[in-house]
Design a protein around this ligand. Structure first.
Ligand code: SF4
Ligand code: SF4
Length: 146
């Protein structure tokens, strides 16, 4: 299934090898970002989605792994990610590809290249494990789960 603005579901379970592969993909992305000198002052602005004019999209697999790592979210007030606390991310270990790639000071073309490369790898991971690649918007998916 393709992208949709409607809420995406959680997966009933995620096997350990799949979790490891996803974590490896995230780790490699983080390394590439670091090599590019992507700097973040952790001001938290880009996680205040509505105010920033930004959306986070992710797959059911990413959403399931994020919630497993971070625990249940509180309410999302004012279109801010409910995992943001005092400007900081409380879901760092499980945060999604989109959380990791976006850097406000990174050259947009470098961000686009990383996005294409790592989305393709995410697609391959889903296909290899026969997972539905449903991709949807984060806040609406969290609201539907409450
Ligand atoms: S990427 Fe930019 S806007 Fe987002 S938290 Fe870091 S410094 Fe703030
Ligand atoms: S999970 Fe963390 S990095 Fe991702 S949007 Fe929420 S606060 Fe920001």
């Amino acid at each position: 299934m393709g992208p949709r603005h409607a809420p995406i579901p959680l997966l009933p379970s995620v096997d350990v090898p799949i979790r490891r592969e996803l974590q490896q993909l995230y780790d490699e992305l983080d390394k590439e970002l670091s090599a590019l000198g992507a700097a973040c002052t952790a001001c938290g602005d880009c996680c205040r989605f509505t105010a920033f004019g930004h959306e986070l999209w992710l797959t059911s697999l990413e959403l399931t792994v994020l919630l497993d790592a971070a625990g249940p979210p509180g309410p999302a007030s004012d279109g801010t990610c409910p995992f943001q606390s005092e400007g900081r991310c409380t879901a760092r270990d499980g945060r999604a590809l989109g959380c990791r790639i976006f850097h406000c000071r990174l050259d947009p073309s470098a961000m686009e290249r990383l996005h294409e490369t790592f989305m393709e790898r995410l697609r391959e991971l889903h296909a290899r494990h026969d997972l539905d690649m449903t991709w949807g918007e984060f806040l609406s998916s969290l609201s539907a789960l409450r």
